[in-house]
Design a protein around this ligand. Sequence first.
Ligand SMILES: Cc1cc2nc3c(=O)[nH]c(=O)nc-3n(C[C@H](O)[C@H](O)[C@H](O)COP(=O)(O)O)c2cc1C
Length: 406
Amino acid sequence: MRSIPVRPLPAVDLAVVFLGRRLENPFILSAAPSTDDLDMARAGLEAGWAGVVLKTTSMEGTPVPLAYPMMSTMEWAGRRLVGMGNIDLISEHHIDAVEERVRVLSREFPTKLIAASIMGSSKEAWQALARRLRDAGAHLIECSFSCPQGSMGERPGAMLAQSAPATEKATGWVKEAAGDLPVLIKITPQVADVAEIARAVKNGGADGITASNSVPALMGVDIETFAPIPSLGGFGTYSGFTGPAIKPLTLRTVAEIARHVSLPISGNGGISTWSDAVELFAVGAQNIQICTAVMHHGFRIVDDLCSGLARYMARKGFTKVADMVGKALPHIVEHDELPRRQVRSRVDETACLRCGVCYVACRDGGHRAITMSEERLPVVDDERCVGCGLCPLTCPAGCIRMEAVA
Ligand SMILES: Cc1cc2nc3c(=O)[nH]c(=O)nc-3n(C[C@H](O)[C@H](O)[C@H](O)COP(=O)(O)O)c2cc1C
């Protein structure tokens, strides 16, 4: 059997410094099933992840009434897991168990980031959780203000991070108890003005923000029985939507925060590959938390994340991750500031499959600028074409591009 040659990694530094702590690379396991068990967290760190956020914990005695099955998928065009839904709750393991995990992991992995996530139901609970984690030796506390199944927001079922005053107040409680220990607030993208929430996080005294979390969603309805998906004996509820499909929401959430509020950002939501990670750095994230891609493909994806990122950085001449952070922000403008250019569709006839998909799209969803020739090739009428950009999106051969015209 022929062995596949392994290309050596280029000499770039993947290390990042986040809230005063050096991480060997920017990839962290986010609070999720993969970090809800000591052996699993250990396996993730051994595989090369720079840190873990242990799954969200609570005070002893807090009921965590899990319901099964809890997972569902959004399939599309033959891909099994474009997005994933879960009706999970926080960890069944309370703070006493998590304190012990923090002690063990910080002893076994002194150079990694050992963080823990908390959720309280009162000022006393938030503060006790923070103090106990600080005393156990956690390197960072993340506060889940965004559990999609509802927590202690202003209204029943509302998330804490959907209210700026509640966010600021609860952040202040945690920070008061945590002292010098860095505190991240994990927010939801499901708000009208994410910058307002980020300002509340900052005013409350947090050291940074995790942006963001799963997105509340209804994953589907069985059209034979009308039971929501996942169905638990015919009944269902809203899920937290995660994975590749939510990346655009995360990019926008992180960009909005970075453009309007000066606060260190841990990026999270929809990241599966090194290039996804670069996009998230480019809009302002300083490191990347990942959950669904690990649940789908396992801890070893960290190898691909690191090697792909290192090769990209070497090719682009970036010597450190920080060189990429915020690179896209100067290019993001308001709609009325966009350059107004004349563009038109151009078809590469040599690559055209003559399928007519662009013709139909333009006829029924564009500007009726494409006709089909007798040879079944698309012909663009420059007078009717406005340059909307629909036809290249539909072309299965990728043979249509937009060209600037005078
Ligand atoms: C099954 C499951 C359980 C989760 N539990 C928690 C949790 O306890 N606390 C928390 O802050 N986030 C939790 N999350 C959210 C993830 O940490 C992460 O924010 C979200 O999945 C988006 O990232 P991803 O697209 O990389 O999965 C959970 C996600 C999944 C899929």
